[in-house]
Design a protein around this ligand. Structure first.
Ligand code: SF4
Length: 249
């Protein structure tokens, strides 16, 4: 069971740059943890930030793997999913499977409006005509609200997923949200993630067995063919490659 942070006052957003001492500490920790295992990185984050640490997951393979370790290290960590209202039923069912397997309930953090209200306000779905605005309203505004209650967040990004993620440190300052960001799988490969999932029998999204590689909201995700880029199925046919959670600026 995760700890609901409802009683916590929103933290004063420390947007922009971290204090110099924190910057040095993070750089040193990141260097040291570059050769650590993901479980050791998670344990460091739990020890350093305690209940001021949170984790966001879209239930991708990396997120499921981190939850596998986190459940053994600090199962009361507040873990959340950005429930845009557009996710696949298989993704939401995976949340239940993870709860059954680990006793770890991932909170669903929702936007202010339901999908029906949002589409009524805008005369239809914005993902077709203004995907950046849709991600901004249904993901970025929500994660900003949640991270305002914490000092550090963990994510499952890997450096080799995309050029945007290639320089991701293990531990660094996330200037976009004014918090520390920890990426325990930053230097892992996709193959290593899947080998571990299979070996440890970690629950994963069944859509991965149907050609879906990177899975986000249903209207903006398609299966990919052999040889296509890992994220080619996201916002396919448009120039958009990221929802904005992991890009700076
Ligand atoms: Fe909207 Fe698509 Fe972004 Fe989901 S991924 S929030 S449906 S634009």
């Amino acid at each position: 069971m995760t700890v609901a942070p409802a009683e916590r006052a929103p933290r004063e957003a420390a947007a922009g740059e971290p204090a110099p001492a924190l910057r040095i500490e993070l750089a040193e920790a990141s260097r040291r943890l570059e050769s650590a295992s993901p479980a050791e990185i998670i344990a460091w984050a739990v020890e350093r930030f305690g209940d001021r640490l949170t984790m966001a997951t879209a239930f991708g393979p990396e997120g499921c793997l981190i939850l596998h370790w986190l459940a053994a290290i600090a199962p009361r960590t507040y873990v959340f999913n950005l429930e845009t209202g557009y996710q696949f039923p298989e993704t939401l069912a995976l949340r239940d499977r993870i709860a059954a397997r680990y006793g770890l309930e991932v909170a669903l953090e929702r936007p202010e409006t339901t999908v029906a209200e949002y589409e009524r306000q805008h005369g239809g779905p914005l993902y077709r005509t203004a995907a950046d605005r849709c991600c901004g309203d249904r993901k970025l505004a929500v994660i900003r609200r949640v991270l305002g209650r914490f000092e550090a967040w963990m994510s499952g990004i890997r450096r080799d997923q995309s050029p945007d993620r290639a320089a991701s440190p293990i531990v660094g300052w996330d200037g976009k949200f004014g918090v520390v960001k920890i990426s325990p799988l930053a230097n892992w490969t996709k193959a290593r993630v899947w080998e571990t999932i299979v070996r440890e029998d970690v629950p994963y999204n069944p859509l991965h067995d149907k050609g879906y590689v990177s899975i986000g909201c249903a209207p903006c995700t398609r299966a990919v063919s052999d040889g296509e880029d890992e994220r080619a199925g996201r916002w396919s046919g448009t120039a958009k490659t990221e929802c904005g959670l992991h890009s700076q600026g």
